[in-house]
Structures are given as structure tokens and as C-alpha cells.
Design a protein around this ligand. Structure first.
Ligand SMILES: Cc1cc2nc3c(=O)[nH]c(=O)nc-3n(C[C@H](O)[C@H](O)[C@H](O)COP(=O)(O)O)c2cc1C
Length: 323
């Protein structure tokens, strides 16, 4: 018999957000367009805990100049630039398709002003087919001149605008491009987020060696894939000690052991991104791997494994020192 891996990733919300299992597809990596189009044959995403649909903005966005993707052995770098058709079209054309799906769909939203976050959450409110909202704060605040994600105040304002405009559970996805992620995490929790997703991509740059010029049209882009894992893992570990809400770990997960590492660091659920492009069955394989691991380990569920790494004998609080 398969173990029951169900997890509530929003226990602080009035109805909660109960997922059948802790394995999710991360934002921007679900199908070709991030909304689940052209899924490869044999991909059984309906069995997963949830999928996060592409970050959607108030108005349509064409995205950044090309090239927008670079690859190396340990990482992928993207500068897609939140290409999406805008909230009106997503709610009219995509959401109705999700109503009959077994897998809950979480919609990611991003605004350039606090008011746009409010507007997006209000537009989503009451739309069948959307189980929760994930706030993407890794976007420029045109009023503040910084990414929302880099300021606890801006993050708090964006979260407050969303939670006060919707009855849905709200998850806030944080950026690793910060000095101390716990400061931002605490601001998001104080503003009412029900869960945190850690992390988005890390800023980096790739050079075309022969041409001696940047590969990406935007010069810099967001690093994802295996190189991101130790960074996001440390952020999950630190944040687990700092806040009470559930953490969803994401960054470089390719195997069951990668997923378990995040769970041991403190993640109640995990998301898989880049691996979907090279190997679209990764999430279902990791789900099967977690089921086997739980059965073999004689625990009831992955929730019994959350935060285990904190029981190890270690200094009380991690520092930023590398020595
Ligand atoms: C092509 C691509 C597009 C992405 N688009 C989004 C997006 O629209 N919104 C968002 O919050 N994250 C986006 N991400 C970030 C992923 O959801 C994830 O946080 C990140 O890639 C780290 O996970 P991974 O190493 O498993 O890919 C994107 C990542 C990739 C590779």
C-alpha cells in the first residue's frame, strides 16, 4: 500500500491548502508556455501535489530580447522576462481548462506597483480552477526602484495587498538575491502570507568565449538547476529557524535525494523547475522515490522528515562566514 504523503501547505489559512503529496512543478516550467501547453507524452502531472502556472501580470508582456536561455553542465540561465498574455486572457482561456484537473493549479502573479498586486488578486478571486496564489516578488517596483524581493517593506506591502484582496491561500516566493533572506521572510509572514517558496533564480552572467560578449540579450539572467541547490538549501535551512509558516523548497532538484535534502532542511513541499525541460517525468519519478523512501524508512509520511537536519549537533545559528 502506498503511504499517504498529503501535506497542508497553508495551515494558517481558514480552509488550508491540502495537497495529495509534496511534489510540485515550479512556476515558468510547466509545459512549453508555463501554463501546461504541449506537455510531453507520458508526463503524469495530474498525480502531483500541485502545479504553479506562469507568473501573470496585469498587461501582456512580450518578454526580453533574445537570446534568453543559456546552458552549462551545472546550470541553466534564463532571462525570459515574465512573458505572458496578461491576467484577462489567462482567466478567460486557461483557468476554465484547469477546473476539471485533478491536480490543483496555483497561479503566480507579479505587479510593478503595489496596486497591481491588489488588482491581480482581486481579478483572480472567485475564478474556478485556481487553488491558490503564489506571489512572485522578483520583479522591479517601479515606484521604489528596487525589486520588491530586495526590500522587506516592499515585500510586506505586496503580500498585504494580496492577502487583503483574496480569500485564497497565499504563498510568497522569495529571491535568493538578498543578504539575509530571513528578514524578507519575516516581513512576508508578518504581512500574512500562508507559506513561502524558496527560492527563485540567482542573478548570474554567461559569456560567449569566442565572441567575448554576453550570451543573453539582457546581459545577466537567473541561474537555475544544480548550481542553485546549495544556495537555496541554505536559505530553506535558515528560514525554517526564523518563521513558523510552511516552506516550499525549490532550486536544482533532479533526484529523490535532492528533494529529501530540502525536506531535511525544513521544506514541507518541494518544486521542480529546470529538470522538467530535459526530463519531464522527473516530478513523478521523485514522487515515486519519496513514496518508496517513506515506506522503507518506517515513517508515516514526508512530514515526519521535515527539518530533520536541525537535529544534528551543529552550532546554534548559521552565520554567513565561509571559513
Ligand atoms: C525558463 C524558466 C522560466 C521561469 N519563469 C518563472 C516565472 O515566471 N516566475 C517565477 O516565479 N519563477 C520562474 N522561474 C523560476 C523557477 O520557478 C524556479 O524557482 C527556479 O528555476 C529554481 O528551480 P530549478 O533549479 O528547479 O529550476 C523560471 C525558471 C526557468 C528556468
Amino acid at each position: 500500500m502506498m503511504p499517504d504523503l498529503s501535506v497542508n501547505i497553508a495551515p494558517g489559512h481558514e480552509t488550508g491548502l491540502l495537497l495529495r503529496n509534496p511534489v510540485m512543478i515550479s512556476c515558468g516550467t510547466f509545459g512549453q508556455d508555463g501554463y501546461g501547453s504541449h506537455m510531453a507524452a507520458g508526463v503524469d502531472f495530474q498525480r502531483l501535489g500541485a502545479v504553479v502556472a506562469k507568473t501573470t501580470t496585469v498587461l501582456p508582456r512580450l518578454g526580453n530580447a533574445t537570446p534568453r536561455i543559456a546552458h552549462a553542465k551545472a546550470w541553466t540561465m534564463n532571462s525570459i522576462g515574465l512573458q505572458n498574455p496578461g491576467i484577462e486572457i489567462v482567466l478567460r482561456e486557461q483557468a476554465p481548462l484547469w477546473v476539471d484537473w485533478e491536480v490543483p493549479v496555483i497561479l503566480s502573479i507579479a505587479g510593478e506597483r503595489v496596486d497591481e498586486f491588489r488588482q491581480l488578486a482581486a481579478a483572480v478571486e472567485g475564478t474556478p480552477g485556481i487553488a491558490a496564489i503564489e506571489i512572485n516578488v522578483s520583479c522591479p517596483n517601479v515606484e521604489g526602484g528596487l525589486d520588491f524581493a530586495q526590500s522587506p517593506d516592499f515585500t510586506g506591502e505586496a503580500v498585504r495587498a494580496v492577502v487583503t484582496s483574496t480569500r485564497l491561500p497565499v504563498i510568497t516566493k522569495l529571491s535568493p538575491n538578498v543578504t539575509d533572506i530571513t528578514v524578507i521572510a519575516k516581513a512576508a509572514v508578518e504581512a500574512g502570507t500562508h507559506a513561502l517558496t524558496l527560492t527563485n533564480t540567482l542573478i548570474g552572467m554567461a559569456l560567449d568565449h569566442d565572441e567575448a560578449r554576453p550570451v543573453l540579450g539582457t546581459v545577466t539572467g537567473g541561474i537555475s538547476g544544480p548550481a542553485l541547490k546549495p544556495i537555496s538549501l541554505a536559505m530553506v535551512y535558515k528560514t525554517y529557524r526564523a518563521v513558523e509558516v510552511p516552506i516550499i523548497g525549490v532550486g536544482g532538484i533532479e533526484t529523490t535525494n535532492d528533494a529529501l535534502d530540502y525536506i531535511y532542511a525544513g521544506a514541507r513541499a518541494i518544486q521542480i523547475g529546470t529538470a522538467n525541460f530535459s526530463s519531464p517525468r522527473t516530478p513523478q519519478e521523485i514522487l515515486s522515490g519519496l513514496e518508496r523512501h517513506v515506506t522503507r524508512s518506517n515513517v508515516a509520511s514526508t512530514t515526519d522528515l521535515v527539518g530533520l537536519a536541525h537535529n544534528a549537533v551543529l552550532p546554534p545559528a548559521p552565520t554567513n562566514s565561509s571559513h
